[in-house]
Design a protein around this ligand. Structure first.
Ligand code: ADP
Ligand code: MG
Length: 229
């Protein structure tokens, strides 16, 4: 479904070019749960931004279900981001003045879903993440784990092709972290494709497959084993 080939990403730092991603080949099939691990500064978020169509590589190929993503115009890319990809971030990124329900409805407003259908779908996904009794709460009245559940509900609401999660448990205590991980596992068992960036080995152990990024290069390994450099 997702196919990256020979991806390079170079940033200009003053007069110097710094290559952050080097020759990345990465394929994800529908239904997989893949963890991406690597030290701080290794290029994980840069890769996530490319996968999420938030940034373009310097060179390389990105195909999503056969579509050449990098040849798409900005309008088409915005549609891919909104309709085909669900984002979950470490710090939740909820809008503080909107209730849980309104936060979850937001992506459907962008995709022009009618109000009644929006409400029904938002309530359905909030129920799925276990928040039926919190729908009218503002984010400030929710715990960290609950905020992340709202963010996951929001990521699911347009029924994306895959979920991209960047350190989704990084801001949570260990109990909430385990619960959020369990939720991701359940969603994956129902068929949701998940790509999760983490530097927590326990989190990565839950994935079907782990890839490691080190100095901008992707190292593929068997589940759980850190490949030698
Ligand atoms: P990670 O998420 O693995 O911690 P990042 O992908 O955020 O790493 O960053 C990898 C490297 O790329 C870092 O050295 C960072 O400073 C550099 N970098 C990221 N974005 C930019 C940018 N827009 N301009 C210049 N350098 C960047
Ligand atoms: Mg990062």
């Amino acid at each position: 479904m997702i196919h990256l080939s020979k991806i390079y990403k170079t940033f200009k730092l003053g007069k110097e070019d710094v290559t952050i991603l080097k020759n990345i080949d990465f394929t994800v099939e529908s239904g997989e749960f893949v963890a991406i691990m690597g030290p701080s500064g290794s290029g994980k978020s840069t890769l996530m931004n490319i996968l999420g169509c938030l940034d373009k590589p310097s060179t390389g190929i990105y195909q999503l279900d056969g579509t050449d993503v990098l040849a798409s115009r900005e309008g088409a890319l915005a549609d891919i981001r909104n309709q085909q990809i669900g984002f979950v971030f470490q710090t939740f990124h909820l809008l503080p003045r909107l209730s849980a329900l309104q936060n979850v409805e937001l992506p459907m407003i962008y995709s022009k879903v009618k109000k009644k259908e929006r409400r029904e779908k938002a309530l359905e996904v909030l129920s799925k993440v276990g928040l039926s009794d919190r729908v009218s709460f503002l984010p400030t009245r929710l715990s960290g784990g609950q905020k992340q559940r709202v963010a996951i509900a929001r990521a699911l609401v347009n029924e994306p092709k895959f979920i991209l999660a960047d350190e989704p448990t990084g801001a949570l205590d260990s109990k909430s972290s385990a619960q959020i991980l369990q939720l991701f596992k359940e969603l994956n068992e129902e068929g949701v494709t998940i790509i999760m960036i983490t530097h927590d080995q326990e989190v990565a152990d839950q994935a079907d497959r782990v890839v490691y990024i080190r100095d901008g290069e992707l190292l593929v390994s068997e589940k759980g084993a850190i490949p030698s450099a």
